[in-house]
Design a protein around this ligand. Structure first.
Ligand code: SF4
Ligand code: SF4
Ligand code: FES
Length: 254
């Protein structure tokens, strides 16, 4: 439900832009469904995001349009979609930054649920299980009442910076390798392992990281064209992390 009061945007002297919105439609569960585009006309409003625009369409024109959202604040990562061919978060994209004709499509590289909704969760879980993106502590017994060792603030800051990933999938949609190889872990996976590599609580060695990341599905499959770095809505330092893990894995290989 759109709960944000909006004021219409003036296109010229006293006029408002009428946006033409072409939306990809397909229900893979329905064998009679044929992929096609549906066109909607929507009057723009002040501070209108794509999320608000899609709600306008769903509330006033077609209640069956499927798209995902949870937080409406760029935190949950669920509203990513292709906007005129570029991956973006719908809740963080203002229509005033876009042309009058909008083409909206689901993120490529993920299982389609319907229309603009894709199953990024399934992809992220597979990647996480493959790379084991959790702390590995070799201590057999752990006393959970014990206070954790202090971490240097600079290290905590570095970890926090990489933890900002919201698993939206924009880097996968923008990645040529990920589109060709379903098992490629992408910038999101490389970034997540870089996060554990700098965490002093993780006991894994370079050889352990090499085992899961030193492959063609891992960092050596990356073509370093950096579409991921350009398209990450959280502006994570992906180019830096890819270069860092590539260097570490190349050294671990020797
Ligand atoms: S690295 Fe950036 S683009 Fe990729 S999933 Fe995380 S937040 Fe999204
Ligand atoms: S730099 Fe690597 S991970 Fe990023 S888009 Fe290119 S191939 Fe994909
Ligand atoms: S709705 Fe959560 S990131 Fe857009």
């Amino acid at each position: 439900m759109n709960t944000i009061p909006v004021k219409q945007v003036e296109a010229g002297a006293g006029e408002y832009r009428k946006l033409t919105v072409n939306i990809f439609r397909h229900n893979p569960q329905d064998e009679n469904s044929v992929p096609h585009m549906d066109t909607f006309e929507v009057e723009e409003a002040d501070s209108m995001t794509l999320f608000i625009l899609l709600n306008e369409i769903r509330e006033n024109q077609d209640p069956t349009v499927q798209f995902d959202f949870v937080c409406r604040a760029g935190i949950c990562g669920s509203c990513a979609m292709l906007v005129n061919g570029r991956p973006k978060l719908a809740c963080r994209t203002l229509t005033q930054e876009l042309p009058q004709v909008l083409n909206l499509a689901p993120l490529p590289g993920f299982e389609l649920i319907g229309d603009l909704s894709v199953n990024t969760g399934k992809w992220m879980r597979n990647m996480s299980e493959h790379l084991e993106t959790w702390i590995h502590n070799r201590e057999q017994e752990r006393d959970f009442c014990e206070l954790e060792e202090k971490m240097e603030p600079e290290v905590a800051d570095k970890i926090y910076e990489l933890e900002r990933c919201v698993e939206c999938g924009c880097c996968i949609a923008a990645c040529g390798t990920a589109q060709m190889r379903a098992d490629f872990v992408g910038a999101v996976g490389i970034n997540q392992l870089a996060r554990f590599k700098i965490d002093p609580r993780d006991d894994r060695t370079d050889a352990d990281f090499y085992e899961v990341l030193g492959t063609e599905e891992g960092v050596f499959g990356c073509m370093t064209l950096l579409g991921c770095d350009d398209m990450c809505p959280k502006e994570l330092p992906l180019a830096q992390q890819i270069a860092y893990m590539r260097r570490k894995m190349a050294l671990a290989e020797v």
